[in-house]
Write a protein that binds this ligand. Structure first.
Ligand code: HEC
Length: 163
């Protein structure tokens, strides 16, 4: 009886698994047939800072910071950083609060200009809102320049493991 129960259970688990697979497949098919222009995924971007297999960067657009040489951009970025409430989550000077520190040189999604831009423009899944529809790309690039200018803190909290 026990064996039968186990068998029935394992069959129903397998059926559930198959149903689950079918749902995923039908979803994937749905996405593949969605009309062009409705995809919400970010476009393919070539990240210069990434090391690609075979040394070949995959096809995609490159992103360069157009305000890199503009001396006023850092200050504009600083103003925007509090005006857009970045500091409400990332703390004053980007030193970290409920959002991660942007000054400690540690990056989950990469610290190259184009990667920081992508984080801000498209948002990131664990609580980072997308600002692409709220502020202009030039404004985002100014914030990127400001973030890159932030001095690293004397004590990064995750340094303790080195002791
Ligand atoms: C509502 C809170 C919130 C606001 C407002 C916010 N952030 Fe974030 N941000 C987060 C969280 C949480 C993460 C971590 C997301 C993750 O790990 O997926 C994050 C991640 C990031 C990252 C990626 C960090 C990494 O390690 O790669 C950058 C860059 C960033 N935010 C910049 C900004 C800027 C610039 C602004 C203002 C325009 C801003 N954030 C506003 C919460 C916020």
């Amino acid at each position: 009886m026990k064996a039968l129960q186990t068998m029935v259970m394992s069959v129903s688990v397998r059926t559930a698994g198959a149903l689950c697979c079918a749902a995923v497949v039908s979803c994937a098919q749905h996405e593949a047939t969605a009309p062009a222009g409705t995809s919400s995924g970010p476009p393919a971007i070539r990240y210069e800072a990434h090391i690609s297999a075979g040394g070949q960067l995959p096809a995609g657009a490159g992103l360069n910071n157009p305000v890199l040489q503009d001396p006023a951009a850092t200050k504009n970025g600083e103003t925007l950083f509090s005006a857009m409430n970045c500091d409400g989550c990332h703390g004053g000077g980007g030193t970290g609060w409920v959002g991660p520190s942007l000054a400690d040189g540690r990056w989950r999604y990469g610290g190259a200009d184009e990667e920081i831009f992508t984080s801000i423009y498209f948002g990131r899944p664990k609580g980072m809102p997308a600002f692409g529809g709220t502020i202009s790309p030039t404004a985002i690039w100014s914030i990127v320049k400001y973030i890159k200018s932030l001095p690293p803190p004397p004590n990064a909290p995750t340094e303790s493991w080195e002791d």
